[in-house]
Design a protein around this ligand. Sequence first.
Ligand code: NAP
Length: 302
Amino acid sequence: MTAKLILGTEIRETILEELAAEVQAIKAKHGVVPGLVTILVGENPASVSYVTLKIKTAHRLGFKEIQDNQPVGITEQELLDLIDRYNRDDTIHGILVQLPLPKHINEKKVLNAIDPDKDVDGFHPVNVGRLMIGGSEVRFPPCTPAGIQELIVRAGVPTDGAEVVVVGRSNIVGKPIAMMMLQKERGANATVTVVHTGTRDMALHCKRADILIVAAGVPGLVKPEWIKPGACVIDVGVNRVGEKVSEKTGQKVPILKGDVDFEAAKEIAGWITPVPGGVGPMTITMLMRNTLRSLKFKLGIA
Ligand code: NAP
């Protein structure tokens, strides 16, 4: 069997086009556009490149976008004051603080200071609670899990009654995607098992999975023989396993591998995401969707 590839790179383009059209329609009818601010403290090169990509995508969709760069020496109180200002700014619907923050700043305190109704990352305890309740309570499903669910739905993978096994229980991927897949909703309604380092027999659980979602950060953790023939395999892992010279730029670039042995797994699975190009491109896309959702909630049209 050769699995159908679920390409985040392609699905992202479709969703971005849908979002751009919706932004234009709202602008024409209501005279407003979504506003997104990204707050970047310091100049960590990885953070700079993430923020640049987010702002570029927001710009492409016709959002109002602000990249607010702050010096590494900003105090915690100054950062809290800045967030408070954006919390009260009616033209801003999404506030992002790029992590990591310098050591003298308490990340939890800063993230919890964001108005839950502008917390488009979905990490505020209020939004975690809303996600757990499900249904119309959900405001901002966290971006990577939302991207995973979108890939599953758009690939046409049946979820109703499916056995879903999630490898990993982090707050940003494992726990929220498990919670989302068990809700009594479209694209979910599955029977969910979560495995982790405390699990006695990982293989036993993985072999039962109709949908196997792997987010451990361990290259090649999931063995091909753990995959049920015809299953949908979503590989969230992004692991740097070496470096190569890019043919395009001549620069050294990291070699990335997932948590699943892709070459062997694609001969067994029914659907599979590649790494890179699978889940990765969906995260920023879902961030844009959440920012638009925030505006729609404000307008009462969500
Ligand atoms: P994390 O916070 O390190 O959590 C990893 C989880 O996997 C933990 O729950 C851990 O179990 C479990 N785990 C680790 N090794 C295991 C093993 N040998 N057997 C069973 N379970 C194991 O990682 P994360 O933030 O969720 O990220 C996971 C991976 O996804 C990383 O490679 C990350 O780079 C990638 N990621 C990609 C995107 C994207 O593409 N947009 C976004 C987020 C993350 P314990 O709880 O028992 O320690």
